[in-house]
Structures are given as structure tokens and as C-alpha cells.
Ligand binder design. Structure first.
Ligand code: SF4
Length: 259
């Protein structure tokens, strides 16, 4: 049931609040900031206040949960595409986070993907009943290059979770994922893709085949979302034409969460 997301590895996208600050090279041409600027939001940067989304937006999540229960399906929800859910900005109020955890707890037919570029903040913001992790939550970190992979992956692995994933999107270099990080009970899902947008940076096909092969070797799910602006031949052809075929086929595994 893909209601409102154009992102191939999720069914729906939910933003509890909007706004962020750039923290690493993957943020350089942040599509969310571009979107916010277009609408005059001014919610990016350390001095900019984040804003909470409206209650009707939050209630949509409850509807997805009801439908998933009726259909007996597990609907994937990506949180958040216009923010970083573990951003520690002071304008993100504790009650916003408490309400988000209540919503996640309540919607047990949804599989939540909480993706961050700030895994160092995760422990601070987990709810007191987190234990070994909620069964319906996958925690993920972005790893767009070797520096961020080496920095973020060990931190992610130290946080208890029912499921963990890596987002290598936009992938900006070849990355050797730290030894032992991938596998059942560790990081069990890997997403990769190239950059889109006016400022998109070209990628090398080897970067993608390399991380795919690392996922296959570890026997975990792999999802190649897109080439981005530059296709497999290295030519700038636009996202649609470039597509998502990598070495003759698509790679579209879904999040391996089994609640
Ligand atoms: S963390 Fe995500 S939302 Fe925040 S600036 Fe970076 S790319 Fe944009």
C-alpha cells in the first residue's frame, strides 16, 4: 500500500517535524532543504527553528495502520524525509519526540524505518521502554563514503534494535563496510543509489556493485534505488532514463522486518 511515497524502498513517508542542519557530504545538495526553500520554510541550519507537522498528518499514520491490519500486510513507513529524526536541535521539543514514540508503539502493523546521519544521538532519544528494540522499528544510518561508514556504522551497531539498515544514498565513493558489520542480528539491509537533482554528482558503477556484493556475501537484503542523474554509462541522462537496472537486473529487496 504505497500511498504517498515515491521512494522505492518504502511504502509511505511520514514527517513528524520539518527542518535540519547539514552534517556531512551527503547533505551538500539536500533535496529537503531545496523543497523547504521553494516554499519559504527557512527551516534549515543551526539557527532555524524546526516545525511540527499538523495533527491530520499524524492521523494519516493511524489510517495506514488500520488498513495494514485489515489487509494483514506490513506497511513500511520511512521517518523522516524532511528532517533527521535524531537531530538534537533545541526547537524539537521533548513532547514531539514522546508523541512520535507513542505513535510508533501504537501502530504495530507498520514497519518503521528511522534513518539518521546522527547515530550518536540515538541512545539519548530512545524511549525508556525500548529494551532490545521495538519489534516494528528498524534503525538506520547513512553511509555515503568511507569516513562516514567508519564513523557511523560502529555507533549504529552499539544500539539495541530489532532490525538495522544502511542507507548508501547518494553513494559518493567506494566503501568497504567494516568487517562483521553486515549479517543477521547486525545490519541486515542495505540501500544504495546515486544522486538526483540539479547539482547531482556522478558515480562509478563499481561503487554500487561493490556494496551489492558485500550485501550478497553477508546474505542480507539489497535495494538499488536508482542511478540518479547519471546512468550506468556515466552519461547525464536524468533520473527517469537512468533507471535502476544494475548489471542487467533490478535489486529491490524490502526491509527484512518480520513482526
Ligand atoms: S541529514 Fe538529511 S535532511 Fe538533514 S540536511 Fe542532511 S540530507 Fe538534509
Amino acid at each position: 500500500m504505497a500511498e504517498n511515497s515515491g521512494i522505492s524502498w518504502t511504502d509511505n513517508t511520514f514527517n513528524p517535524w520539518i527542518g535540519c542542519t547539514k552534517v556531512s557530504p551527503a547533505c551538500d545538495f539536500c533535496y529537503a532543504e531545496t523543497w523547504d526553500n521553494r516554499f519559504g520554510g527557512a527551516r534549515w541550519g543551526p539557527k532555524a527553528a524546526r516545525t511540527r507537522t499538523k495533527i491530520r498528518n499524524w492521523n494519516k499514520v493511524r489510517k495506514w495502520n488500520r488498513i495494514a491490519a485489515e489487509e494483514g500486510t506490513k506497511t513500511i513507513v520511512f521517518c523522516a524525509s524532511l528532517a533527521d529524526v535524531f537531530d538534537n536541535h533545541k526547537t524539537i521539543l521533548p513532547e514531539w519526540r514522546a508523541d512520535l514514540w507513542d505513535l510508533i508503539r501504537e501502530t504495530e502493523n507498520l514497519a518503521w524505518m528511522l534513518l539518521t546521519k546522527r547515530p550518536q544521538n540515538i541512545l539519548k532519544y530512545l524511549p525508556s521502554d525500548w529494551g532490545e528494540g521495538y519489534a516494528n522499528v528498524a534503525l538506520g544510518a547513512s553511509a555515503e563514503n568511507q569516513v562516514e561508514a567508519d564513523r557511523r556504522i560502529p555507533i549504529l551497531l552499539d544500539v539495541p534494535a530489532a532490525c538495522r539498515f544502511l542507507s548508501m544514498e547518494p553513494l559518493l565513493s567506494q566503501v568497504n563496510i567494516p568487517s562483521g558489520a553486515l549479517g543477521e542480528g547486525r545490519i541486515s539491509y542495505l540501500i544504495a543509489g546515486g544522486e538526483s537533482g540539479n547539482e547531482a554528482r556522478p558515480s562509478d558503477p563499481f561503487w554500487f556493485t561493490s556494496v551489492r556484493d558485500q550485501a550478497i556475501t553477508a546474505d542480507i537484503g539489497f535495494h538499488f534505488k536508482q542511478w540518479g542523474e547519471y546512468g550506468e554509462t556515466g552519461e547525464r541522462v536524468g533520473v527517469d532514463l537512468a533507471g535502476n537496472v544494475l548489471e542487467g537486473r533490478t535489486w529491490t529487496d524490502r526491509l527484512p522486518i518480520s513482526t
